[in-house]
Design a binder for this molecule. Structure first.
Ligand SMILES: Nc1nc2c(ncn2[C@@H]2O[C@H](COP(=O)(O)OP(=O)(O)O)[C@@H](O)[C@H]2O)c(=O)[nH]1
Ligand SMILES: [Mg+2]
Length: 323
């Protein structure tokens, strides 16, 4: 290991925040050196409760994350917050509000907050986020909250494999519920109706509860997803949300579901990394390897189809990898 990697690795394990911050920046910038540290740190991870927080923009996820972090601190737990926003890098305007909101927590050594954009991340945002989760885990954070905008596939993928997935919605017409219906209902372990100070909150809660009860297998399910009303701006309902998160963590531990979830999580993480490695290797081979270029040429001439071409390229890649 190079001196830099070694010092970052040791700094991080000793609780040095600057090492952690620097390493995360390296990951975000796609610095290949960071992978060396990520590899070394992996065996120190695996203790944290990973909480996914997803929902439409403006539903109050960041405000909730801050409220939760404060609550966890009261119980002496350390908290990492990762705000994933692929549409804006972490210096961008959209996250400035989050930053100001999070400033109260910024002086607390038991809290580590980081925003992630997709800028330059090696192997994509999901892989970079997983790397950062593992780093904060090895850094010793007890709880890691990952906030993602519940709109795109990548963001949903990121929270789907959290230990506990919290879906945040707010009152106002049926639109939010409709958006939730499109798949997010399946991934939520806990549902939050935030902005309960606004009109229509109890209606939204009732709608959600009804939709959950209508799901096949609801009666036999060992975990009944609670629907919690919150007003994140004045910490109303944060106690209940904190309790629900603790209950779910206990449920996972006591039923053996934690191992199941962790296996799924590791598998999904491995597939992410594999996907990006294969994709990078394929692009490289198609521009550099004469045999693969020939396959491409034949495809362009329509002598073969994309499926057969992909099979052939895959064969060359596998041969190359096993050498
Ligand atoms: N009225 C009301 N406003 C809230 C509540 N929670 C958050 N907000 C406001 O809603 C806006 C969006 O909140 P934010 O946490 O940034 O949402 P995010 O995009 O989901 O992270 C901010 O102006 C918050 O102050 C709430 O419970 N009630
Ligand atoms: Mg936010």
């Amino acid at each position: 290991l190079s001196d830099l990697i070694d010092s970052l690795y040791r700094g991080l394990l000793q609780g040095d925040r600057r090492s952690a911050a620097r390493l995360i920046t390296m990951i975000e910038n796609g610095d290949p050196l960071s992978i060396g540290v990520v590899k070394e740190l992996h065996r120190h991870s695996g203790k944290a409760q990973i909480v996914g927080l997803t929902g439409l923009p403006g539903s109050g996820k960041s405000t909730l994350a801050c409220g939760l972090a404060k609550k966890y601190r009261e119980y002496g737990k350390t908290v990492g917050i990762i705000a994933v926003d692929p549409t804006s890098p972490f210096t961008g305007g959209a996250l400035l509000g989050d930053r100001i909101r999070m400033q109260e927590l910024a002086g607390d050594p038991g809290v580590f907050i980081r925003s992630m954009g997709s800028r330059g991340a090696l192997g994509g945002l999901a892989t970079a986020t997983n790397d950062v989760i593992n780093i904060l885990d090895a850094f010793g954070m007890d709880v890691i909250i990952v906030e993602t905008v519940g709109a795109g596939q990548v963001e949903v993928e990121i929270v789907k494999y959290a230990h506990t997935c919290v879906v945040v919605t707010m009152p106002g017409g049926g639109d939010e519920i409709q958006a939730i219906k499109a798949g997010i209902l399946e991934i939520g372990d806990i549902f939050v109706v935030n902005k309960a100070d606004k009109e229509g909150s109890s209606r939204t809660v009732a709608d959600l509860e009804m939709m959950l009860e209508m799901k096949p297998g609801f009666d036999e399910a060992p975990w009944k997803q609670p629907v919690i009303q919150t007003v994140a701006t004045n910490s109303q309902g944060i106690d209940e949300l904190h309790e629900a998160l603790d209950n779910h963590w206990r449920f996972l531990n006591e039923t053996g579901k934690l191992e199941e979830k962790t296996s799924e999580r590791m598998k999904a993480e491995l597939i992410e990394v594999l996907n990006s490695k294969v994709s990078i290797a394929a692009s490289k081979a198609l521009s550099e390897d004469p045999k693969c270029r020939e396959v491409l040429t034949r495809l362009i001439k329509r002598e073969i189809d994309p499926h057969s071409a992909a099979d052939q390229v895959a064969k060359y890649l596998i041969k190359g990898a096993s050498q």
